[in-house]
Design a protein around this ligand. Structure first.
Ligand code: SF4
Ligand code: SF4
Length: 595
């Protein structure tokens, strides 16, 4: 006789993830999801950790996925509000190894402040959603979720509700899935969501949605179950089990892959019966989509919108409907596939000017130092994101505000080495970089974080922030010292003058080779606030062989010439190009001393 196990839905998800080859699980505890990570923590072959909150947990899981390890992140429904920032853009970047986001909803608010229906998040983010109805499905669906994630390059939302999460049932274990670790390949057009790349990825997301809908039509998780009555029910999750018990003779469209909705399967149900009901807890998620097809359906007019259902509630709600005359048959109107706008074209006659870091920007010095180390820079949002673009190519990812540190932590945790570095600006650090740094301390992360401290929120017009203490009325308030803050949470931290290229390079080299977690604060005011020309660069044309090392810095003040580079009037004299030239072809002289 085959061995049967007896699992809660949460335990089944944990075992199902390990069986599906997941190597990394994290989350923030929240009823009814907490037991998933507690269970994986006791299983072999998977690293499990609690994170400081759901946003950091998702970013950490994204880092592990990028490193090539199948990853799962768990949270209760309201946790996805906290993680919504990375979740929405993760839909655009997609994944490397499969990534499953488990959202455990709480209809009836047994232990929650609201009962939001997180199925809406799948539609909102245009990602596929699976909804198991019992422990066996919770176990089995994990393998399907990871496979879908990798095939369609998307995070997958696995949504449960309290009764599925906490209800127990028999589980037949399956043969483990053998998944080798995926290689990480740097791809800025996929992982760095600056507008020029995000627009292109967005088009792919719309195309993916239609491909997913076609998959939902064929998926064995979406089953048209024949009945013997003239009544059909569309349902998913635990609502399906209630409806099944209440109306055993009905036809059913049981949705295991419940987003995108398989329209053709819905229409096929209508071809079998003259009355159709949607049985779903909380919002009319399926009902509204069925109505949009122009099909008559009974749903929230009969079934309570709030709280949990059970078979009694479902039976009482729908029984009167069966006694009424069936609605008139109507032809369904299927919506067209989504159309995208045409990609933007440059205005005719105008030169294309790709955005670049300003001449003399101190961030360039940091990127130059990082490029010399074999580290994957997980980036963040600010003007420094431009460092991802050619020729610098010094940032591998940009997901959302504050994602760099969590992604670095997940990447390094998955690989068990200091393979990635987090790069974040000072304003972004105060926005949402402190919590992942605390998380990295708690989880014993091996890694390095570089905080680009230019004392301002430069990208949006030099607004103040807690580090500068500058308020909107330009009044000076108290300021928070980043180094003391880092040291206060137990992180090794040094502050380096970012205009001192040699010192910065030495600090990066030292931290890259040091064990544990360290922060370098690269401090220099934004060049646009100082607007100071600190020197001038002289080119020795006999020595310059146009090797391109200085041009690779992407400074708009250096231009290639026929025989040697030339330095433009906009040069601030930061001296970085002088520092990288190995032939001594550039020298820095006092401002105004050039003839
Ligand atoms: S790095 Fe030196 S030799 Fe190379 S192109 Fe620049 S100035 Fe010329
Ligand atoms: S010194 Fe070199 S790197 Fe710095 S602003 Fe001038 S040309 Fe650019």
């Amino acid at each position: 006789m085959e061995r049967q196990l007896f699992f809660s839905g949460n335990e089944a998800i944990a075992h199902g993830a390990v069986r599906a080859g997941a190597g990394f699980a994290c989350g923030y505890p929240g009823t009814p999801s907490s037991e998933i990570v507690e269970t994986t923590a006791g299983l072999k072959g998977i690293r499990s950790q609690w994170c400081v909150n759901e946003k950091v947990a998702l970013e950490t899981a994204v880092g592990a996925s990028l490193a090539g390890v199948r990853s799962m992140v768990t949270m209760k429904h309201v946790g996805l509000n906290v993680a919504a920032d990375p979740f929405m853009t993760l839909s655009l970047t997609g994944v490397n190894a499969g990534l499953v986001v488990v959202s455990a909803d709480d209809p009836g608010m047994h232990s929650s402040q609201n009962e939001q229906d997180n199925r809406t998040f799948a539609k909102f983010a245009k990602v596929p959603m699976l909804e198991p109805a019992d422990s066996q499905e919770a176990y089995d669906f994990m393998a399907e979720a990871f496979a879908l994630s990798e095939e369609f390059d998307t995070p997958v939302l696995l949504r449960t509700t309290t009764r599925v999460s906490h209800g127990r049932g028999q589980v037949l274990p399956r043969v483990p899935v053998d998944v080798p670790r995926r290689e990480y390949t740097r791809d800025i057009s996929k992982y760095v969501m600056v507008p020029q790349f995000a627009r292109l990825r967005n088009r792919l997301v719309l195309e993916r949605l239609e491909k997913l809908r076609r998959r939902a039509e064929q998926s064995p998780l979406n089953v048209l179950e024949a009945g013997t009555s003239d009544f059909g029910i569309i349902a998913s999750g635990v609502a399906y089990t209630y409806a099944r018990e209440a109306f055993p003779k009905a036809w059913f469209l049981k949705l295991g892959m419940s987003h995108p909705l398989p329209y053709a399967k819905v229409v096929r149900l209508y071809e079998q019966v003259s009355r159709v009901a949607v049985v779903e807890e909380l919002d009319p998620f399926f009902e509204e989509q069925v109505r949009a097809l122009g099909l008559p359906v009974v749903g929230k007019a009969a079934i309570p919108w709030d709280g949990e259902l059970d078979q009694e509630v479902v039976f009482r709600a729908l029984e009167p409907y069966l006694l009424r005359k069936p609605p008139r048959r109507r032809r369904p109107v299927l919506p067209p596939a989504p159309r995208s706008t045409d990609p933007p074209k440059p205005a005719p006659g105008l030169p294309v000017r790709p955005p670049v870091l300003c001449p003399g920007c101190s961030h360039r010095s940091v990127f130059s130092a990082l490029r010399r180390r074999r580290l994957a820079p997980m980036g963040d949002i600010g003007c420094y994101t431009l460092g991802a673009l050619p020729p610098l190519l010094a940032m591998d990812s940009c997901l959302c505000m504050g994602a760099s540190i969590g992604m670095m932590a997940g990447f390094n945790a998955a690989l068990g080495e200091k393979a990635a570095v987090g790069v974040i600006g000072d304003s972004t650090f105060f926005h949402s970089g402190v919590t992942p740094l605390i998380d990295a301390v708690y989880n014993g992360v091996e890694g390095m974080v570089v905080i680009l401290d230019n004392r301002t929120t430069a990208m949006t017009g030099h607004q103040g922030h807690p580090g500068s203490g500058l308020r909107p009325d330009r009044e000076q308030g108290p300021s928070v010292d980043i180094q003391r803050l880092c040291e206060g949470i137990g992180v090794r931290c040094v502050t380096v003058d970012a205009t001192d290229h040699a010192a910065l390079d030495a600090a990066v080299a030292e931290e890259a080779g040091a064990p544990g977690l360290g922060v370098i604060v690269a401090l220099a005011p934004c060049v646009l606030t100082s607007r100071e020309k600190t020197g001038e660069v002289v080119v020795d044309e006999d020595r310059c062989n146009l090797c391109g090392l200085c041009l690779d810095l992407g400074c708009p003040s250096i231009a290639p010439g026929d025989d040697a580079v030339s330095i433009l009037e906009t040069c601030t004299g930061c001296g970085l190009c002088v520092a990288v030239c190995r032939r001594g072809a550039l020298s820095l002289v006092e401002a105004g001393s050039c003839p």
